[in-house]
Design a protein around this ligand. Structure first.
Ligand code: BT5
Length: 259
C-alpha cells in the first residue's frame, strides 16, 4: 500500500509556494516529529514536510502514543512563524483537516478542543505542535498531523471504541495521496493569511463541536466541569461552572457530557 506514496507522488504538480515544496518521504520511521526537528535545526526551508509510510513510535501530547501503521497519514510540517502566530497553528491545522475531509470524502468532521478532529463523535485525526522558542523568537515550529485513513480500528483495543478512519466512514479506498496533497494546499492557503489570524480564529470557532456543551476538562491535576461557553482567540477554552465560576483553560483533555 505504500507503493502509492513517494515524495514525487506528493509533490508532482502541487501548486503551493512553501508547504510541501520539499518533502522527505520515509517508508518507516519512529516519529516524523523527531526527523522534522533535526531537519529544522539543520535549517530546512519553511514548509518542508516529513512524511512516513508507517510510524512505529508516534506520539501524542503528554508522552501518549499515536498509532499510525502503514496505510495512514503521519506527517510533520516545519515552520518558522512569528511568536504572535503560534496560537493560530493548531487552528490552521485543524481547519485544514476538516475542510479537506469534506472536499475529498464528502464527510462532515468537527474540531474537539483542543486538538482532535472527529467524525460522528470518533477521533479520525490528532494534531501535535512542538515549538522551540528563545526569548520572544520562535526557532522552529513543527506541526504534526496524524490522520486515520485506513486504520483497522478494531485491531487496537485501546482506541477500538473511540477512533474511526476515513475508509470506515466513507467506504472509499485510495484516499491517502489525495488527502495529503489537498491538506498541504489547504494548510498553505490558511497559513499565508497570517499574521492576520482573525478570520482563521473565527472559522476555527465555528467548527468547534465543544462549544455550548457540558464538559469535564482534565488539565494538569485539575478537573473543571461546566459549560464550554467560549473559545478565545489565544486558543483557550472558557468554562462556566454550575457555581458561577468562569475558568480559562489553555491545555487539557475534554470529555463531552450529556446535558
Ligand atoms: C494527539 O495527541 O492526538 C496528537 C497526535 C499527533 C500524531 C502525529 S502523526 C505525525 C506526527 N508524528 C508524531 O509522532 N505525532 C504526530 P493526544 O490528544 O494526546 O491523543 C493521544 C491519544 O489518542 C492516545 O492516548 C490514544 O488514546 C489515542 N490514539 C492513539 N492513536 C490513535 C489513532 N490512530 N486514532 C485515534 N486515536 C488514537
Amino acid at each position: 500500500m505504500s507503493k502509492d506514496l513517494s515524495a514525487a507522488a506528493i509533490t508532482k504538480g502541487l501548486k503551493t509556494r512553501k508547504i510541501g515544496r520539499k518533502v522527505f518521504y520515509l517508508p518507516r520511521v519512529t516519529s516524523t516529529m523527531d526527523i522534522a526537528r533535526s531537519e529544522a535545526i539543520k535549517g530546512a526551508a519553511e514548509g518542508t514536510v516529513v512524511i512516513a509510510g508507517e510510524q512505529t513510535g508516534g506520539r501524542g501530547r503528554l508522552k501518549r502514543s499515536w498509532l499510525a501503521p502503514e496505510g495512514n497519514i503521519a506527517l510533520s510540517i516545519i515552520l518558522y512563524p512569528d511568536i504572535e502566530s503560534l496560537p493560530y497553528l493548531i487552528m490552521i491545522a485543524s481547519l485544514a483537516v476538516v475542510k479537506i475531509i469534506e472536499s475529498v470524502t464528502g464527510l462532515k468532521a468537527g474540531i474537539k478542543w483542543p486538538n482532535d478532529i472527529l467524525i460522528n463523535g470518533k477521533k479520525v485525526c490528532g494534531v501535535l505542535i512542538e515549538n522551540e522558542v528563545r526569548g520572544n523568537k520562535v526557532t522552529y515550529s513543527i506541526v504534526g498531523i496524524g490522520i486515520n485513513v485506513d486504520l483497522k480500528v478494531a485491531d487496537h483495543a485501546e482506541i477500538a471504541t473511540t477512533a474511526t478512519s476515513l475508509k470506515d466512514e466513507s467506504g472509499k479506498d485510495d484516499l491517502r495521496i489525495k488527502i495529503i496533497r489537498s491538506l498541504l494546499t489547504e494548510f498553505e492557503r490558511l497559513y499565508l493569511k497570517l499574521p492576520d489570524g482573525k478570520a482563521i480564529y473565527e472559522a476555527w470557532r465555528n467548527n468547534l463541536i465543544t462549544l455550548g456543551k457540558n464538559v469535564r476538562v482534565e488539565s494538569g491535576n485539575q478537573t473543571i466541569e461546566g459549560v464550554a461557553e467560549a473559545a478565545d482567540e489565544d486558543g483557550a477554552l472558557v468554562i462556566h461552572g454550575a457555581d458561577g465560576t468562569v475558568t480559562k483553560v489553555v491545555a487539557g483533555d475534554v470529555t463531552l457530557r450529556e446535558k
